[in-house]
Design a protein around this ligand. Structure first.
Ligand code: IMP
Ligand code: MG
Length: 181
């Protein structure tokens, strides 16, 4: 792991800070949805660690599912195209859907996936994003639960990748620019 950490310019959130924040979010969500019928949905592959950590901390009944969507390809700039590669399978009709996302960047992916989920007729639909990037948005979407705000930098770790690598790092850090130049 050490040599992977050396690809980072700086660490923004270490594993403990992330877990503490996930604890807080899970407590809040457990309270807010106590009388609901919660269905978590995340977007592969970036949201997987966040989803499973969050799910295991919820003290209320819930289901979870994953959808496949990708916009980035191997590059650090969004391609602008969002492809849905896997649909939801768990029924969402009349349920309280919480879309769990790794990062809110331009908003394109969230818009496409939110519309996909809304078409299933949920009773409510809210978004929980671990990170919100301070950058120009293509689409403005209200985010109900936010883990951390970050500057407009390219980050990896805790699910987030560069060319499918670095997802398994327990921290979130800024990738050295020479790695992707
Ligand atoms: P959007 O459609 O531009 O909002 O991009 C959302 C997706 O792009 C996220 O779900 C991530 O998979 C990816 N992404 C955006 N910013 C970053 C980043 O800083 N590091 C790694 N992946 C990112
Ligand atoms: Mg990616």
């Amino acid at each position: 792991m050490k040599e992977l950490q050396e690809d980072l310019e700086r660490v923004l959130f270490d594993g403990e800070a992330i877990q503490r924040r996930v604890d807080e979010l899970a407590a809040q969500i457990s309270q807010d949805y106590a009388s609901g019928d919660l269905a978590l949905v995340t977007i592969m592959r970036g949201g997987l660690f966040f989803l499973t950590d969050l799910s295991r901390r919820l003290t209320i009944r819930h289901t979870f599912d994953v959808v496949g969507a990708s916009s980035y390809g191997p590059h650090v700039e969004s391609s602008g195209q969002v492809l849905v590669t896997k649909d939801v399978e768990v029924p969402l009709q009349g349920r309280d859907v919480l879309l769990v996302e790794d990062i809110y960047d331009t908003g394109r992916t969230l818009r496409v996936v939110r519309d996909l989920l809304l078409a299933r007729g949920p009773r409510s639909l809210e978004i929980c994003s671990l990170l919100v990037k301070n950058c120009p948005r293509t689409v403005e979407i209200p985010i109900r639960y936010i883990g951390f705000h970050i500057p407009n930098v390219f980050v990896v770790g805790y699910g987030l990748d560069y060319a499918e690598q670095y997802r398994h790092l327990s921290c979130i850090g800024v990738l050295k620019p020479e790695i992707y130049r």
